[in-house]
Design a protein around this ligand. Structure first.
Ligand SMILES: [Zn+2]
Length: 152
């Protein structure tokens, strides 16, 4: 019997789940009034969507370029059985696929929750993102500045 969970896993493995970061051809929802609050709100909405589906813990992120969302993601660690599938990494991968580049300079990442973990902040650094904005509250974006590469 094909359960919903099995179906979701199967579709994720085929990277064709509509409305997910794995569906690069899908259109991205753009806020009616773009700006830091709207982008952070979208990150929180994505976090809730993924969490409610049981795909991972509630963390979401969007990548913004020229005031438009160019990539999005949320924690899919449980769905993908991949401990690196954090919202920020998923959003970076989605933006890179959509823009056809590994260089996201000129882009800003908005992420729900606290400051990105070291893995995600390093991924932001390697993706050349200009700025990290995060929030523990959707109504209070915190500008973190350029992603930092932690030294050992
Ligand atoms: Zn992370």
């Amino acid at each position: 019997m094909l359960t919903r969970r099995l179906f979701t896993r199967l579709m994720a493995s085929l990277a064709v789940v509509p409305g997910t970061a794995a569906h690069a051809a899908g259109s991205l929802l753009q806020p009616a009034n773009p700006g830091p609050l709207a982008f952070l709100k979208r990150a929180f909405d994505l976090a809730e969507t993924g969490s409610s589906r049981g795909e991972g813990t509630p963390y979401g992120a969007v990548i913004v370029k020229n005031n438009k969302i160019v990539g999005e993601g949320w924690n899919r660690s449980a769905l993908k059985t991949d401990p690196t599938a954090h919202g920020e990494v998923e959003a970076i991968q989605d933006a890179c696929r959509r823009l056809g580049t590994r260089d996201l300079s000129g882009c800003v990442i908005y992420t729900s929750g606290g400051r990105p973990c070291p893995m995600c902040e390093t991924a932001c650094h390697w993706a050349e993102l200009d700025e990290v904005v995060y929030g523990t509250d959707a109504a209070k974006p915190i500008r973190h500045g350029r992603p930092r590469y932690p030294s050992c």
